[in-house]
Structure formats: structure tokens, C-alpha cells
Design a protein around this ligand. Structure first.
Ligand code: FAD
Length: 489
């Protein structure tokens, strides 16, 4: 029997599809033993059947397939392979450990309820067969247990939370990727194609392919180029959907192709080298802080996507309106900025953050549709769909969440468009039927005269919808509905 040190070890990959700053892979590579890299498509562990643990949405499944392909290629370059297996993680991992007589299984922890529970089952299964295990932090800047209030609860207000994170100093320095790995030959692996993560009939992923290149190499290249030539002016530009003013790192972070620690250190390094960028870089890091905040919240509230954090919202008189919901999903509300956002989402798998806020507010307030319907649509269509950031932001917009925008703040989709897309560049790109309208009408085509509409080729109610609700009426209706909740609480 091989000794403990030469017995192969297993690295279990999850939402950490990278080689650098991967504490589990780093530790495994340092044992000197052969390393088997494993990804488990686990849709069967009992804890993953709970309502809090949703299967990935369509766009995220597409991303996962590309990311696994990229990881496979990088591992092959180091001399190892990625073994793909399907089934409950505890069974798959224990079976593989027996099959190769593994000494130890390594993984990075993900501090979210279903992931923690699955990892607990894996740990138990390994203990039962006497295989060693080691897990590491690596998904966050700071683990949720390190930031608690006197009642041992996570902080619910962003500013003090972020101050606490910063007061803890720099997170650990990112680890290098291993230079070489020795794998174990001829292990059975599923074929990625057989997992059917990518859409086939119909293949609706053309826009995703055009828009993205998943994988660690691209994530690093994107970070580098953003810090070099994109971050200057981020503080103002980040609100402009008509410009390339943000990092576009969210899906890479979502799948762990890059770690928050890598972003933090690279950003701080850039700020030290170019002090004029310091303000914009602090802003960028505080956005990363929101990702952290949402994840800490999810740690405390595993059913964040299902229940209002503020119970007073349980009495909210939501409307059931399938037709309006569908118009919103398809980008046919008659409000150009809303429709542009929803079409951007459908085509590219992301939507600019400012526009996410506008469309979310429109659904929840103008249409009085429960935020959970919007959250679910985003879950299915976003490549960065995130179990923490998505519901936390939806609840923030709805007013039912932690540190939330007050409900009476109803975004005006016309003014938002005019302020953040002043030349209509974003709307013209995503709503081409309005392309020929002049700038002063592009965000409110219904105010155009028949002649203006005709000369722009716009036929309201025909090739572009009339507004599905009048802004003023929608706003007043929303405030009246909110008053009911407030009076009841
Ligand atoms: P940048 O501006 O470059 O920011 C850098 C990173 O900071 C982002 O990549 C992201 O990881 C993080 N970040 C920025 N803003 C936020 C935020 N408000 N909350 C949490 N993290 C943030 N983001 C997701 O990653 N997944 C989601 O499912 C998601 N759903 C959202 C739903 C709604 C209704 C709203 C209003 C926002 C949502 N966001 C979500 C947050 C935000 O819109 C995206 O993170 C951002 O648009 C990504 O673009 P970027 O990488 O260019 O961001």
C-alpha cells in the first residue's frame, strides 16, 4: 500500500474554477502526491433538494460548461486532468477516494447553507472510510463568523459592515498557481457534453458566446486591462449604461475564476502605483464589498430568495399579472430604458447595474409584481446569477431587505434614462425600432407628435408598445400600496 504522502489526493472544485489563489489546490500540490482534480455535478444531494438550493439557471449553466472546459485545458497544461462525475457529492467523492486509495481530499469552503451542508456530508462520508480531509477559506475577503454584532448576528447595514472589513486589514496575499501537477492516469470521467449544460434545440446562447469568454485566463486579462485603462473615472462612469465603465468581472467572480482577494490586492497595488486612481479604486473595492455584504447576509438568512427580510412586507398587496410580467421579461413595457435593459439581459446574460435597479423598481413598484418573480427571472437569465447578490439586491430595491432603499423611492424610468443615457446610445442599441427618434424623445416616445413618430418609423402600439402603465399612476398606486403595509405594521 502506498504511504500517506504518496497516496493520491483529490481536489474537489466547486465555485472556484481557477488554479491561482486556490488554497485547496495549492495545499494538495505541495504534498508532492499525485493530484486528482474533480468537479461533481451534484443535483441530487438531499440538501440540494431544499427550496433554498435552486438548480442553476440556463445562462449560468452555459457559463459553467465554458468555465469547466477552460479549467480542463489549464489543468492539462500542468499535467493533470479534470475528472467530471455526476451524483450526490458525498457518494461520488467517497467512491473516487476508494477507487484511487486517496490519502486526503481538499476543498475550499463556500459559506452558504446548501454548500456547507453538502461539504458536511462529504466530510462525514470521508471520516467513515478513514480518508483525510482539509478545507480552506477562499471565496470571501473575510469569513462571516469574523464579523458579528453583540447578538452574534451579521451586520445588516452596509457602511459599518464595510468599515469592519477594512479595519481587519488586507486579506491574505493570493497564492500562486501550481507550476506542475502529477495526475492519475485513466480515470473514468463523464463527457461534459453529456451533462447537457448548454442549450441545443433551440440554441439560444449565440448572444452569450458573442459577449463573453469564460475562464480564469480571461478573468485575469479583464482585471488587468480594467485596472490599466478602465478604472480611471469609475466613480462616475459606473452609472452610465451607454459606456464601458465597469469591470465586467461579475460572472468570473461568481464562478470563482478569479478570487476577491486577487481583485483586492491587484486593485490596491494599482492604487499604490498610480495615486490619482486611489478614489476610483476605493469605489471599486466598495462594490466588491457589496458582494461580500450579500454573501454574509445569505450566511445568516439561507432563505433570502424566498422571504422578505422585513416581515411587514409579507402583507404587501402584490398583483398577479401574468401579461405585465411577460411584457417586462420580453422588454415590451413601452419604457425604453426598461426595455433596453431587459433585452440586454436576454442577449448577453448581464445587465448594467444602474439599469438592473431601474427595471427592478419598475417591476416591483410600477407593476406591483412581487420581487420574487423578478429575482427568479434574473436567476434564469443572468450569467452572474448569484444566490446572494441577486435576492439581496432585489430586496434592496423592493425595500424589504437589509439596508434597503426606502420603498417610497420610486425610480422614474424617464428621468433615469435621460440622466444616465443622455444621448440615448444605450436605448438605440437595444431598442433599434426607436433608433431614429431624436434625443429629447428617445426616453419618452409617447410624447412625440404623430409627425415625429412617423418620420422616425415608430408606430406606437404596433412596432413599439405604448407604456403599459402611466408613470404617475404607477407611482401613486405604489405609494398607496406601501402605505397599507406601513399602516398595518
Ligand atoms: P463592477 O461595477 O465592476 O463591480 C465590481 C464587482 O463588485 C462586481 O463584479 C460584483 O461582484 C460586485 N458588485 C458590484 N455591485 C454589486 C452589488 N450591487 N451587489 C453585489 N455585488 C456587487 N450581481 C451579481 O454578481 N449577481 C447577481 O445575481 C446580481 N443580481 C442583481 C440584481 C439586481 C436587482 C441588482 C440591482 C443588482 C444585482 N447585482 C448582481 C449587482 C450588480 O448589478 C452586478 O454585480 C454588476 O452589474 C456587475 O457588473 P460589473 O462586474 O461590471 O460590476
Amino acid at each position: 500500500m502506498p504511504s500517506q504522502t504518496t497516496r493520491p489526493c483529490i481536489v474537489w472544485f466547486r465555485d472556484d474554477l481557477r488554479l491561482s489563489d486556490h488554497p485547496a489546490l495549492h495545499a494538495a500540490s505541495r504534498t508532492g502526491a499525485p493530484v486528482v482534480c474533480l468537479y461533481v455535478l451534484d443535483e441530487h444531494s438531499p440538501t440540494l433538494k431544499t427550496p433554498e438550493a435552486r438548480p442553476l439557471g440556463g445562462a449560468a449553466r452555459w457559463w459553467l460548461a465554458q468555465s469547466l472546459r477552460a479549467l480542463q485545458a489549464s489543468l492539462t497544461g500542468l499535467g493533470a486532468t479534470l475528472v467530471l462525475r455526476k451524483g450526490p457529492a458525498a457518494k461520488v467523492i467517497a467512491d473516487l477516494a476508494r477507487e484511487i486509495d486517496a490519502g486526503t481530499v481538499f476543498w475550499n469552503e463556500i459559506a452558504q447553507a446548501p454548500h456547507l451542508a453538502v461539504a458536511g456530508q462529504v466530510a462525514k462520508a470521508l471520516d467513515e472510510i478513514g480518508v483525510g480531509r482539509q478545507s480552506f477559506a477562499g471565496d470571501l475577503l473575510v469569513e462571516p463568523r469574523a464579523i458579528r454584532n453583540k447578538e452574534n448576528r451579521g451586520l445588516r447595514v452596509f457602511t459599518p459592515f464595510w468599515r469592519r472589513v477594512q479595519s481587519l486589514g488586507n486579506p491574505p496575499t493570493p497564492l500562486p498557481a501550481p507550476k506542475k501537477l502529477s495526475g492519475v492516469k485513466d480515470l473514468a470521467s463523464d463527457r461534459l457534453e453529456d451533462w447537457k449544460l448548454e442549450p441545443a434545440k433551440p440554441d439560444w446562447a449565440g448572444g452569450l458566446r458573442e459577449s463573453w469568454k469564460p475562464g480564469e485566463a480571461q478573468a485575469q486579462a479583464q482585471l488587468k486591462s480594467f485596472l490599466k485603462s478602465g478604472v480611471a473615472g469609475y466613480t462616475g462612469e459606473r452609472d452610465r449604461p451607454d459606456r464601458d465603465g465597469t469591470s465586467r468581472l461579475s460572472p468570473h467572480l461568481r464562478f470563482g475564476e478569479i478570487s476577491p482577494r486577487q481583485l483586492w490586492h491587484a486593485a490596491r497595488f494599482a492604487a499604490a502605483e498610480h495615486p490619482r486612481l486611489a478614489g476610483d479604486i476605493e469605489k471599486l473595492l466598495s462594490e466588491l464589498g457589496w458582494r461580500e455584504f450579500c454573501r454574509h447576509l445569505l450566511f445568516d438568512v439561507p432563505d433570502l430568495a424566498m422571504r422578505n427580510l422585513q416581515p411587514s412586507f409579507d402583507a404587501f398587496p402584490w398583483k398577479s399579472d401574468a401579461k405585465a410580467l411577460r411584457a417586462w421579461q420580453r422588454g415590451r413595457t413601452g419604457y425604453p430604458i426598461v426595455d433596453a435593459g431587459m433585452r440586454e439581459l436576454w442577449h448577453t446574460g448581464v445587465m448594467h447595474n444602474r439599469v438592473r435597479m431601474v427595471v427592478a423598481s419598475f417591476l416591483v413598484k410600477h407593476l406591483l409584481i412581487d420581487w420574487r418573480h423578478g429575482e427568479q427571472w434574473f436567476w434564469d437569465t443572468l450569467v452572474d446569477a448569484d444566490a446572494a447578490s441577486n435576492p439581496a439586491n432585489w430586496q434592496w430595491v423592493a425595500g424589504s431587505g437589509a439596508d434597503a432603499a426606502p420603498y417610497f423611492r420610486v425610480f422614474n424610468p424617464i428621468l433615469q434614462g435621460e440622466k444616465f443615457d443622455p444621448d440615448g446610445v444605450y436605448v438605440r442599441h437595444w431598442v433599434p425600432e426607436l433608433k431614429a427618434l431624436p434625443d429629447n424623445l428617445i426616453h419618452q416616445p409617447w410624447t412625440a407628435t404623430p409627425l415625429e413618430l412617423a418620420s422616425a418609423g415608430v408606430e406606437l402600439g404596433n412596432n413599439y408598445p405604448e407604456p403599459i402603465v402611466d408613470h404617475k399612476v404607477g407611482r401613486e398606486r405604489a405609494l398607496a400600496a406601501y402605505a397599507k403595509v406601513r399602516n398595518a405594521s
